[in-house]
Design a binder for this molecule. Structure first.
Ligand code: MN
Length: 403
């Protein structure tokens, strides 16, 4: 039976890499299980599935997850800026044993030329037309300019021109998809101007920024994007970043999830609902231990056991006075924390607190002569180093002044 709604699952920015812990795979397995429960009509993966050029281990991991995902619905993806170009092409050959659905991943645009959108009848009976825009950057555009014209300003203008032309081409193709009684769906690995980034996300590469309205101008029923790890949407979520399924860097403190969106397939393609399904992501613990203010280092470290779970991210900042150097061994603390908590990431930093010298008391400013100034300084800053006597310092200082 044909219905006039489509339920679309979306996730992006998986950043699979050999160094990542099992926990990223755990989050993705949870995602697959959630897709099995909610049964969307299709699933979108707009890019950055790998963190960099893939290894065999990465490819096995991704192939396994895609196979499982394709058990539930067709999967459509495109290349991001982190993938080595064409690294994802091989996943077009992924099918699960039941061959129930397929995986299509574009490493070149689909739908930018007339007649090139991917039109398909879904198991539910609805027809969709997928338009895919893999990552492109200024260098791609600049490379085509003659050397004498490839000045930064020329490249910038040329890139904006190219992006606008590209969006107009997608628009024309989206219109054709509608004429064929199919619902146009756009995926892209793009940078939307004014996006809020997940704190700590590294944005790599020379980016072409597009306005949300310019992306929506493609005129698809839904525009699903990858690149920004913090989930967010514009224009009633017609343009949406689902965000990453896991904390790619420890700075990303936002809740991680995948997104299920329900849209009407008759114009004006209203969005009926948006649901973010949370995924397990390790917590981030930021601990500041102020030894300079008398806090007990070992005691505070022991307290971690009551909140930190295995695999969490741990950040410890220790503030100490110059004379407390012997009681802080960063390497030892790190080794202990690693052994106990198996953290996904760990950083222990110490900072030496020096007495504040920028602000001088009135007494120091008003003091006359070296002896009076020193007395005033010691009074303000809490004395002199313990192994020196007041007399020794004053005598030495007086001699220096004479000499
Ligand atoms: Mn990206």
């Amino acid at each position: 039976m044909e219905s006039n709604t489509l339920r679309i699952g979306i996730s992006a920015d998986w950043h699979i890499e050999p160094g990542m812990r099992q926990q990223r795979i755990r989050a993705l397995n949870r995602l697959v299980a959630g897709v099995g429960e909610r049964k969307p009509d299709l699933f979108l993966l707009p890019g950055d599935l790998f963190d960099h050029e893939s290894t065999p281990e990465d490819r096995w991991a991704l192939a396994g997850i895609l196979e499982n995902l394709a058990e539930h619905c067709p999967v459509y993806g495109c290349e991001g800026n982190h993938e080595q170009h064409d690294d994802l092409a091989v996943f077009n050959y992924v099918t699960n044993r039941e061959r129930s659905h397929h995986v299509r991943i574009w490493t070149q645009p689909a739908g930018i030329l007339p007649g090139t959108a991917h039109i398909e009848r879904l198991p539910g009976g609805q027809r969709v037309g997928i338009l895919a825009c893999p990552w492109f950057d200024k260098a791609n555009v600049g490379a085509h300019l003659p050397a004498e014209e490839a000045r930064p300003e020329a490249v910038r203008l040329e890139t904006i021109n190219a992006a606008e032309t590209m969006l107009r081409c997608f628009y024309a193709e989206a219109q054709r998809v509608k004429q064929m009684k199919a619902t146009p769906i756009f995926i892209g690995h793009l940078m939307v101007a004014g996006s809020d980034t997940s704190t700590g996300q590294r944005l790599i590469g020379q980016t072409v920024e597009l306005a949300p309205a310019a992306v929506a101008g493609v005129g698809a029923a839904f525009h699903g994007l990858g690149h920004i790890h913090l989930r967010q949407g514009w224009l009633d979520n017609r343009v949406l970043y689902p965000g990453s399924p896991d904390r790619i860097t420890a700075g990303e403190t936002d809740e991680k999830s995948w997104t299920l969106i329900e849209i009407e397939t008759t114009e004006p393609f209203a969005i009926r609902s948006v649901e973010h399904i949370p995924l397990p992501s390790p917590a981030i613990h930021k601990v500041e231990i102020d030894m300079a203010a008398g806090e007990d280092l070992q005691g505070r470290l022991r307290e971690l056991a009551s909140t930190v779970l295995r695999g969490d991210h741990i950040r410890v900042r220790i503030l100490r006075r110059p004379d407390q150097a012997d009681s802080v061994n960063t390497g030892e603390i790190e080794a202990d924390l690693r052994r106990i908590f198996l953290p996904t990431s760990l950083k222990v930093a110490t900072e030496v607190q020096r007495a504040e010298r920028a602000v001088r008391s009135d007494r120091i400013v008003g003091a006359r002569g070296l002896e009076e100034k020193l007395e005033a300084l010691w009074e303000t800053e809490g004395g002199i180093a313990s192994h020196l006597s007041r007399e020794t310092v004053l005598t030495n200082a007086a001699e220096l002044q004479r000499g």
